[in-house]
Write a protein that binds this ligand. Sequence first.
Ligand code: ADP
Length: 617
Amino acid sequence: MTAPPTTELRDAIAHHWGIHDLRPLQEPAMQAVLSGRDSLVVMPTGGGKSLCYQAPAILCEGLTVVVSPLIALMKDQVDGLISCGINAVQYDSSKSLQDRLAHEQEIRQGKVRLLFVSPERLAQASFISLLESVTVNAFAIDEAHCVSHWGHDFRPEYRQLKGLQYHFPNASFHAYTATATEQVRQDIIEQLGLRNPAILIGDFDRPNLTYRVLPRFGSVTEQALSVINRHQEEGGIIYCLRRVDVDSLCQSLKEEGIKALPYHAGMDGADRAKTQEAFIEERCDVVVATVAFGMGIDRSNVRYVLHAAMPKSLEHYQQEAGRAGRDGLPAECVLLHSGSDFFSWKSMIEKSASESGMDSVYLQNAIKHLNSMDNYCRIANCRHGMLVKYFGQDFEKKNCNSCDICLGETVAVENATEVAQKILSCVARLNERFGVGYVISILRGENLKSIREKGHETLSTYGLLKGHSPDELRDWIYQLIFQDALAQEEKENLEGRTFSILRLTRTSWEVMRGNTTVNLSKSTVERKSSAKQKKEKGSLTASGPDQRLFEVLRQLRRQLADERNVPPYIVFSDATLHELVRVKPKTLSQMRSIYGIGDNKLQQYGRQFMDAITNNG
Ligand code: ADP
């Protein structure tokens, strides 16, 4: 197949999507589809993968079949395409028989440009014969890492896709994913049987995201509020590890007047769907969720993702945090970390491996991932740099200006070694028989019955670090564990319950003797009162008349979205609204040059938005 000239492609993209510049790998990715060469495209979440197969589809004569793992994901894309004036169809079991028959007819008549289906659907003989009756140009396989059991979302149905080549020898196959290590990439190529594919690996950095890691304090609510208050009336996701944490945090946030809803696998399907819809339709600002939430969420104006605890791998973190700022505008990713997260995950992983009979390679692999995640939280290096390098790319910038480290939000503790010596001596005086909580109580000189019963208030280390909060001391203890200057060991009591105690290591003694130094750090933004928090970097909201105009346009967008029964971002993205506020177009042709306004949207909404700008600008 000969690819059409680049200008034709660019004109079509401007016409339909109002996008005037392509991102670096989008063009070669589109050319691969247009010239009929198989491809593997790896770009981060929000990198613009969809356009790589959507745009060529409108220039090709035949049909493009998009394989997607989730109905919610398909619906979002189909709504988006229709709003850009492109005939796209989702064919799945949620549709009535009548709808499906109508779709079949449209497909046969060659009226459909893009057809969205699940991998299971493509395993059905009757569906294959339907597709065989038309010309299929390309198969676009979204979330292609699902084909690999090395990936983090293995879906066995994806394996059957390889068989499609037999039925459609003239179609090209294109795999798209955001998370693929070298091993997963090779596996995708092999499992899908891609033939001499163009391999296009995008830039993994997301410069619009500001990453922060903060030590987790007793009340997650207070820390969550300080993030939420920086983003008033903007969308955000808070991830918790357990369902109980979701419910209690969500409840506390509601009591503080925040429009928050829960989402976890313990809720029934209808309630989960309600939360999801409310969030997509912007009737709810915050979703507090377990990781069960997110895969089907395409809301592009999520302004922050807060992790109330550390995820188990950087792959998971990248995917979850990556749901922020898909529209390319500034967004914030905050991770609340405690040294105990590592140990909680480790025991969960070990337990599930032994229960499910996983081999030792799996276990080692999982622990390796966990270690990398923990390093990310503890090492005071640029977070953008660490993430990008983890995914196998170079990072040239000296200062990213968008992570807590480069923004100077963490500082080294001045007399770290002396502090460490006090902590370690306390562990030594307690004969290495107690856990973190008790050691902290002794160091702080707490007046507790349990301490007096053992006579520990007479220890020389009692009250040695009186002025420090339990959270701060806990954080330092885990920093020492990370540096091997202290160890944590699991023990079993007489009733068979496990508990952990602190043990000294060889390095501990070196530190206590003054032969080795250690580094400790603390955050400088730790405990601002949430109520007093001002909007900071990461928040987009302008002030004054522009802010008012933005609100007017946002209301108009919501009204138009409600009338059409689509989410607001399908009408216009936040990026488009911001540009409208900045440029304040006075004519339709000025309006047409705004990002995100193609001809179809210009015709549908142009006049109303222009009037709103004239009346309120
Ligand atoms: P992915 O599938 O890689 O996660 P999407 O395809 O959903 O990302 O794209 C994320 C956002 O970026 C969408 O709002 C899309 O319209 C926008 N986008 C895609 N390509 C461009 C581009 N070249 N310029 C500006 N915005 C783009």
